[in-house]
Design a protein around this ligand. Structure first.
Ligand code: HEM
Length: 192
């Protein structure tokens, strides 16, 4: 019974952790893009994003990570035999990468606060894809363990997910292009 409780709250922790990780880097993107705004909007926006990032990191993201890890330790102490399994070793490798990403986000947050961040918004958008990949790999490992299915249903699901991701990316790119076009037109109108 304890094992199921640990597993349930392990999953709750994961949801909270990832909600924080995804939104944090999205805020970094808005924070960097605020540099394009004229004053005083620029300073107001940057200060506001800084507060939001700090709260999100301290109140949601890090506690989510701590609950996930604490519940994982609970799972391992209740069923120590699972430590011998290959899938868990691979999963732990990805968890270490994820913890590194979490820590790197804190560094970026500090750099943004000090105005020393070198990343542009396009690069941050690409960085924000990293936790998605880690999430998918870790969940697949946790669910299928050493028996990842490779039948037609599995490939169908993979194809569907790839199509969904590609559609979202194309839509986001189109919206960015439209926005850039609109801004250029407005600048041209103002100068003529
Ligand atoms: C902190 C290191 C972690 C350890 C030591 C760990 C360990 C475990 C263990 C032992 C289980 C139970 C497996 C079972 O009974 O079938 C489990 C379940 C699970 N873990 Fe983790 N985990 C960790 C981090 C994560 C992370 C970061 C994620 C997601 C990104 C994750 C996703 C899951 C999921 C979805 C399950 C439920 C699998 C199922 O019931 O089929 N774990 N984890």
């Amino acid at each position: 019974m304890a094992y199921s409780w640990f597993k349930a709250f392990h999953i709750v922790g994961i949801v909270v952790w990832f909600a924080g990780l995804f939104y944090l880097v999205r805020l970094f993107i808005y924070h960097v893009e605020a540099n394009q705004e004229p004053e005083p909007a620029r300073t107001i926006l940057k200060n506001q994003y800084q507060i939001m990032e700090k709260r999100l990191y301290n109140i949601i993201t890090t506690p989510g990570m701590l609950v996930t890890v604490a519940m994982a330790i609970g799972l391992l102490t209740t069923e120590p035999d699972v430590l011998k399994e290959g899938w868990l070793h691979v999963k732990l490798g990805f968890v270490v990468l994820l913890l590194g990403y979490h820590h790197y986000c804190k560094r970026l947050m500090k750099q943004l606060a000090q105005d020393t961040c070198k990343w542009n918004s396009q690069q941050l958008r690409a960085l924000n894809e990293a936790p998605t990949v880690m999430l998918v790999v870790i969940v697949l490992l946790a669910v299928f363990k050493n028996n990842l299915p490779t039948d037609i249903t599995a490939w169908g699901i993979v194809a569907m997910i790839i199509a969904m991701v590609a559609t979202i990316q194309l839509y986001a790119r189109k919206r960015r292009k439209d926005k850039e076009k609109l801004t250029t037109e407005m600048v041209q109108q103002q100068s003529s």
